[in-house]
Each structure stands twice: as structure tokens, then as C-alpha cells.
Write a protein that binds this ligand. Structure first.
Ligand SMILES: [Cu+2]
Length: 355
């Protein structure tokens, strides 16, 4: 297939070259004439202006018409700041883009070939050089340093009482791991322990792993800091929570994190939008393979009471996979069963250990 595409490209290039040769020969055959003059020049110059007006017109038409589809309602605290930075950057870049486009195309039109017109010799101008070096430098420095401050804040250490949730990306699904209500601490994990059932690579020698549970929905409390610990099992993925202005790559072998605070519950957002079917969504924002499009996860934001109840109602991973009790050291077996909520088998000979 690649060979056919390659041959196709070569063929097209050969055809273009032949057309170029033939048109050259025709020009020569037609005999000498002023190659730079004629109407072609005027037509081309005018077409540039048409292209500029059409292009800028489409750009603004699209930006305004579809504004709502890329400016989603905001539901996080830091989002106010990042939105502000985004729009300041956007206004400056669009202004620069429009000015440069207009100057570029108007100059092409203005300085098209005309009989008897001579180019002006204008080697340099120190003031101009200074102006277009210093002004962009100041503007960019301001943008970068304010952005960097916001970035450091978002990716910095989370509060001690923050809700910690682990998000794992794999082709082509997201899974979440919660620390469990008994200890509230995520157990250790190790990629070498990953197998068909132990998809987290949960290290069952670690006592904090016993009550960890898995979820295929991301539940988070409102008005409380949430720390997402992000990893990937195969290729690059990217955690994208558009309403919360959260975006962070999931990189195999390099855990990343992002902290944020949701400000509107799912229900509040439904009321605000007047859409009873609305759901927050986590989408993968890194083209990660054929099933990339399907890599989404429903996000549920709820008040702290509902959230705590939901957490308490979830079954520990170890309870769902009791075979893995074998990997728990004997001294911790009793604690593991209590934490995971596994009923003790009356006939069992599990050694009783004091935790
Ligand atoms: Cu992905």
C-alpha cells in the first residue's frame, strides 16, 4: 500500500513537471514578448486580495458562528484564570494575524509589476527594528510569565485533604482507581504485576491496596480539591476534561498529575443548560490508535454527601478478585479481608494477625 502511494506521488510530480515543460515550450514557440506584463499580473494581484478577504471572512464567520461549541460553560475554579489567559493570548494573536495578513496581501497587490515602476532602496531603519523586536518581546514575556505562574499552581502539590483519584489510560478505555474509604490512601502499583485480572498492577504486599476500588465512571465531589494521578499502560493518551479546563497527557512510564476544584455539580450544570441529559465527559485528547474516538468516560460531580455514599457503596477490587488474597503476605491477610470487606470463611485457616 505504501509503495502504491509512493508511486502515485512520483507519478503526479512527473505529470506536473511535464505540464511545466510543455507550457515553457509553448511560451518559447509563441516568440518573444514582455513576460512580466499582460493581464495575468493584474489578475493574480487581484486574486490575492480576493483570497485575503475570503479567508479572513471565513475565519471570522466560523469563529463567531461556532463559538458555543468551543467555548464550553466553565465548571472549575482555576478555569477562570486559564480562560482569561487564553482569551488575552487569543486577542493578541488574532490582532497580529489580521494585521500581518492584510499587510502581506495588500503589499503584493500594491507592488505588482508596473511599467516604469522602480523598487525603492530602503536598507534598514533602526527605530523600526527596535520597535518590532522590543514590543513583541515584552508582550510575549508577559504572556509566558503569567502563564507559567498559573501552570505552576495547577501542577503543584495538592492540599493534604485533596481527593486523590488515579486515572489510567489504555487502548481504548479509561479506568479510575479510588483509594477506598477504609484508609483513603492509594495502594502501590507496579507495572510488572499487571495481568489479565490485575489491570492496575496492584501491589498486594502494600496494606493500602486492600480497599482500593475500580470505577468506570469518574465521580468527584464539588467544591473540593481533586488530585488526578495519571498514567498510561500502552501509548500516549491525554486526559481532557473540557468543562473543567483540565488537560494533561497520560504518558507510559511517567506519571503525571493535575489538581482542580469543580464548582458545579452535574445537576447544577443540567439546570444551567436546561438539558436534563447533560453529562460531563472525560475524553482522550491524543490520537492513540484506531479506537481513539471511543475513549471517553462519564464524569459525575456531586455534593460531598452523595460522593461519600457512592464511595462507601463500591466494592474493593480485592473483594471482586478474591484469588489475589494469595499474594497478600500471611501477616496481613486478616487486615486485607477486613479492609476489602471479604466475609471470613468459617473453615478457613487464615492466620490471625494484629495490624
Ligand atoms: Cu487515548
Amino acid at each position: 500500500m505504501s509503495l502504491i502511494i509512493f508511486l502515485g506521488v512520483v507519478l503526479i510530480l512527473a505529470i506536473l513537471y511535464m505540464i511545466f515543460r510543455v507550457s515553457n515550450l509553448i511560451t518559447i514557440a509563441k516568440g518573444p514578448r514582455d513576460e512580466r506584463g499582460g493581464t495575468a499580473n493584474k489578475v493574480n494581484a487581484a486574486l490575492f486580495i480576493v483570497f485575503m478577504v475570503g479567508g479572513l471572512g471565513l475565519f471570522f464567520w466560523y469563529s463567531v458562528t461556532y463559538f458555543d461549541s468551543y467555548d464550553l460553560p466553565l465548571a472549575s475554579e482555576h478555569g477562570k484564570l486559564t480562560d482569561k489567559l487564553f482569551w488575552i493570548t487569543m486577542v493578541i494573536s488574532v490582532a497580529a494575524f489580521v494585521i500581518i495578513s492584510i499587510v502581506m496581501f495588500v503589499f503584493i497587490y500594491q507592488y505588482q509589476y508596473r511599467e516604469g515602476q522602480k523598487a525603492k532602496y530602503y536598507p534598514d531603519n533602526h527605530y523600526l527594528e527596535l520597535a518590532w523586536t522590543i514590543i513583541p518581546a515584552i508582550v510575549l514575556a508577559l504572556l509566558i510569565f503569567t502563564g507559567l505562574r498559573a501552570w505552576n499552581d495547577i501542577t503543584g502539590p495538592a492540599a493534604k485533604d485533596a481527593e486523590v483519584v488515579e486515572l489510567i489510560g489504555q487502548q481504548f478505555a479509561w479506568t479510575a482507581r479510588y483509594p477506598g474509604v477504609k484508609d483513603g490512601v492509594l495502594g502501590k502499583n507496579n507495572y510488572k504485576l499487571i495481568d489479565a485480572a490485575n489491570e492496575f498492577g496492584l501491589d498486594l504486599k502494600d496494606k493500602y491496596s486492600f480497599d482500593d476500588f475500580k470505577s468506570l465512571e469518574l465521580h468527584i465531589p464539588v467544591d473540593k480539591e481533586v488530585l488526578l494521578k495519571i498514567r498510561a499502560k500502552d501509548v500516549l493518551h491525554s486526559v481532557f476534561l473540557p468543562h473543567f479546563r483540565v488537560k494533561m497527557d497520560a504518558v507510559p512510564g511517567m506519571p503525571t498529575q493535575f489538581k482542580f476544584k469543580a464548582t458545579l455539580t452535574t445537576q447544577q450544570m443540567r439546570d444551567k443548560l436546561g438539558n436534563p441529559n447533560f453529562n460531563y465527559e472525560l475524553a482522550c485528547a491524543e490520537i492513540c490508535g484506531r479506537g481513539h474516538f471511543s475513549m471517553k468516560m462519564i464524569v459525575v460531580v456531586e455534593d460531598s454527601e452523595t460522593y461519600e455514599n457512592w464511595k462507601a457503596s463500591q466494592e474493593a477490587w480485592l473483594k471482586q478478585n478474591p484469588d489475589y488474597l494469595k499474594q497478600v503476605p500471611d501477616a496481613l491477610k486478616e487486615a486485607a479481608m477486613i479492609k476489602a470487606g471479604i466475609e471470613k470463611d468459617p473453615g478457613s485457616t487464615v492466620a490471625v494477625a494484629n495490624d
